[in-house]
Design a protein around this ligand. Structure first.
Ligand code: CTP
Length: 423
């Protein structure tokens, strides 16, 4: 189990002192939830400065923020001007989080405005910035808002996707601010990655999602992989300093939107994925094949839509696709390249999940094989997954249960150890 939700007594910055967190609060009803976030941060040992907008103070007052954080609270750059607060906060913060972020403040940040202390601080920031939007569904889905989200993500700002659920009044839908505990956990994980920076300059080629093999112009053979695991690994690798090429086979768009900082290449079929991964792997230090590749494809792809045959059966001849992972492992030119495969197994009477995975690691000659049990209700989209990581000899290098984010960290730690820390 990962420790993302545990609160330690002292949350240290890379320089050894307490972590400095600036919590921006804007004028949304979810501002009250930011009180809990501030409390969690303070309890974890962080030094927290709250920067509300003027509108936010009509939701939760200055006294509350000052009492919770133990620091004076300003909304504008001309208050406490002697300390040049926006530059100071931008420089001393280890992370800036704006929770909730209204559509209006998102737009101001996207436009690079600096008309209050919060937007000026974001503009002066040298640290990671995390926005947690909360607004009505229509406002969130409005192309103007979505464009602003894309703009700020393009500049390296993390935008946490809003949750779906009850909004102000009787409305319900995407736009709700995630719970403070979830935001806290994301901040811890982001900051831990950022401070570690242990993959600085390391080049990753990561495939994710599931290939689709066309039958005719409208039909295909596919699988249920969303790409969530590969995307989580890519996100954490980027946060730890890696240069990531992400080869996406039908990965969910919201996962791709969250992949700020990775170069994204699309691949539809196994043949396309093979080509793209071979190109990406040629200059990679670490290759991860998290994609679910169709083992077979139709021998012939019909140019026109296949018609029903009045009750008589249809025969589809399938031919085997090349094994991309085995090919990459066999043809690697740099013996120091680390190659990681995924074995999604169900186990059967003949063999256990672990045994099947071990055999696969040996057969494909990979450095590490991440084995997980899948089934109708396991592995695909689950919150909690169990993995075992074995090396080419079948020796267990790690075993863990957790969310995909937590397991992504376990996988990256195991890769780091496999490479002997000499990344
Ligand atoms: N893989 C691949 N090319 C294929 C099939 C699989 O690169 N044509 C990779 C997957 O990306 C994964 C690993 O091999 O990293 C194991 O995939 P899996 O489907 O579990 O293994 P298969 O070799 O297809 O074996 P089987 O389906 O018979 O269990």
């Amino acid at each position: 189990m990962g420790n993302g939700n545990q609160v330690s007594s002292h949350w240290a910055s890379s320089t050894g002192g307490p972590v400095h967190v600036t919590v921006g609060v804007t004028g949304g009803i979810a501002a009250y939830k930011a009180c809990t976030l501030v409390r969690l941060l303070v309890k974890a040992g962080a030094d927290v400065t709250v920067v509300p907008t003027r509108a936010a103070l009509s939701m939760v007052g200055r006294t509350t923020w000052e009492a919770l954080s133990g620091h004076p609270v300003c909304t504008d750059t001309d208050q406490d001007a002697a300390h040049v607060n926006h530059v100071r906060l931008g420089h001393v913060s280890d992370v800036i989080v704006v929770a909730p972020t209204t559509a209006h403040t998102l737009a101001r940040i996207a436009a690079g405005m600096a008309d209050d202390l919060l937007t000026s601080t974001v503009l002066a920031a040298r640290c990671p910035v995390v926005l947690v939007p909360a607004m009505h569904t229509e406002m969130w889905l409005n192309p103007a808002t979505q464009h602003n989200v894309g703009t700020v993500r393009g500049r390296g700002i993390t935008v946490i996707e809003p949750a779906s659920g009850r909004l102000t009044g009787a409305d319900s839908g995407p736009g709700r601010m995630p719970e403070p505990e979830e935001i806290f956990s994301s901040l811890r994980s982001l900051l831990a990655d950022h401070q570690r920076n242990d993959f600085a300059g390391v080049r990753f080629a990561i495939s994710a999602g599931g290939t689709r093999e066309p039958i005719d112009p409208v039909r295909f053979i596919g699988n249920r992989s969303s790409g969530a695991f590969g995307a989580a690994i890519a996100r954490h690798a980027v946060a730890r300093g890696a240069n990531v090429t992400f080869v996406a086979a039908h990965v969910l768009p919201e996962l791709l939107r969250g992949l700020t900082g990775a170069a994204i290449v699309q691949a539809g079929t196994a043949a396309e994925l093979k080509k793209q991964m071979e190109t990406a792997a040629a200059t990679a230090d670490v290759v991860i094949m998290a994609a679910a590749v169709a083992d077979y494809r139709p021998e012939h792809v019909s140019d026109a839509k296949v018609k029903k045959r009045d009750g008589s059966p249809i025969t589809l001849t399938l031919v085997e696709n090349p094994d991309i992972l085995a090919g990459l492992a066999c043809n690697r030119s740099d013996p120091r390249q680390t190659i990681v495969g995924f074995a999604a197994e169900t186990g059967d009477a003949g063999s256990s999940v672990l045994e099947y995975g071990r055999r696969k690691a040996a057969a494909k000659q990979v450095d590490l094989m991440v084995i997980n049990e899948v089934g109708e209700d396991r592995g695909f989209g689950d919150r909690e997954t169990a993995i075992t990581i074995v090396d080419v000899s079948g020796a267990v290098r790690a075993a863990a249960t957790g969310t995909k984010d937590e397991l992504a960290e376990t996988i990256l730690d195991t890769i780091s150890a496999q490479r002997g820390g000499t990344l």
